[in-house]
Design a protein around this ligand. Structure first.
Ligand code: F6P
Length: 369
């Protein structure tokens, strides 16, 4: 009898998800015994809905997937087995705990384990599933690189590459028009994308959530650049950036099962603050948004994702459940999921050499007066 694994991708999509799926399937096909791998459509919704929706992942089906962005088995960052959104006859939504239904269906269908590929929210669900007796292995994913326990998550390098190429373009147009450009990047509460992009793309100012910014310090940096004859200024700002009051910019969640504030708009807020402070140069804002998550993964992410896929399968084979695959240079190894989600991986301004390097070449973080 063949052995069965269910694979799900949860949370926001991320370049490299398909490469993980391909890695799992290809590795399973190397085994002498038969393994059947199924994708659960739209995270765990595929097994939680009244009509079950799974996709058989054969070697033929995953062929060439390492290059493809997104996830062929779809994803969602709303709901999940413990907070499944259900529409009421009056059109409103409630959430329902369907975790026992999921457990029962997994047993009935003969799945011996689940591989859950996702970020902190999804791994929180992995842990809850493990707590009710489901055999789970987690694979970390996020463009934000904000998961502790792993040196890098796949998708991050691709996001940085996309943002850097965008900044390169803004630099030439800013230079031509003597403008100030503010480029807003993703990253949620972590400044990793902004910091790497600012360094790689040669920004003059880098604003990250971990360092509260003072608009006056940024205005001063802009003026200094113009006085020194540089004639333009490029600012990279992380979507989660905040001033000393700690308030982030975004909109409240609207959909059932969605708990997160949707960050966005801090670039425009900063523009208004700079105008109020008397900055008279032409200031333009570019919000990169989901461009950072789409398209083909860079080679680094394809490799890391494939390594994660292979390791995830091997953990299932060895019945090492309740663990998250991680990269700890030079090893691909694993840690208990519980430990992995305990605290986020944020920039440590006083410790990270990247911040030291950025300051060392004159990048302003908006924290000086
Ligand atoms: O976590 C990945 C991420 O792209 C964040 O950088 C961003 O804040 C969030 O997801 C956006 O999510 P959504 O696509 O649901 O708006």
């Amino acid at each position: 009898m063949s052995r069965k694994i269910l694979v799900a991708t949860g949370g926001g999509d991320c370049p490299g998800l398909n490469a993980v799926i391909r890695g799992i399937v290809k590795r399973a096909m190397m085994e002498p015994e038969e393994w059947e791998i199924y994708g659960c459509i739209e995270s765990f919704n595929g097994i939680l809905r009244d009509e079950v929706e799974l996709m058989r992942l054969t070697e033929r089906r995953v062929s060439g997937l390492h290059v493809k962005g997104g996830t062929i088995i779809k994803t969602t960052n709303k709901g999940g087995p413990f907070r499944f959104p259900v529409r009421q006859p009056d059109g409103s939504w409630i959430t329902e705990d369907r975790s026992q239904l999921m457990k029962q269906r997994l047993e009935e269908m003969g799945f011996e384990a689940v591989i859950n590929i996702g970020g902190d929210g999804s791994q929180g669900i992995s842990m809850q599933l493990a707590n009710i007796g489901i055999n789970v292995v987690g694979v970390p994913k996020t463009i934000d690189n904000d998961l502790s326990s792993t040196d890098f998550t796949f998708g991050f390098q691709t996001a940085v590459q996309i943002a850097t190429e965008a900044l390169d373009k803004l630099v030439t147009t800013a230079d031509s028009h003597n403008r100030v450009f503010i480029m807003e990047v993703m990253g949620r509460d972590a400044g990793w994308i902004a910091l790497h992009t600012a360094l790689a793309g040669g920004a003059d100012v880098c604003i990250i959530p971990e360092i509260p910014y003072d608009p006056a310090a940024i205005a001063k940096k802009i003026e200094t650049r113009y006085l020194n004859g540089m004639g333009f200024c490029n600012i990279v700002i992380a979507e989660g950036a905040k001033k000393a009051d700690g308030k982030v910019t975004g909109s409240a969640p609207t959909a059932a099962g969605d708990e997160h504030i949707k960050l966005g708009g801090v670039g425009e807020v900063l523009r208004q603050e700079l105008i109020k402070l008397g900055v008279e140069h032409d200031i333009r804002v570019t919000v990169l948004g989901h461009l950072q998550r789409g398209g083909t993964p860079v080679a680094y992410d394809r490799i890391l994702a494939t390594e994660f896929g292979v390791k995830a399968f091997e953990l299932v084979k060895e019945k090492k459940y309740g663990n998250l695959v991680v990269y700890r240079h030079p090893d691909i190894t694993y840690v208990p999921i519980e430990e992995a989600i305990r605290s986020p991986h944020l920039v440590q301004p006083d410790k990270d050499f990247l911040v030291h390097t950025a300051k060392g070449i004159g990048i302003c973080f908006g924290d000086e007066d």
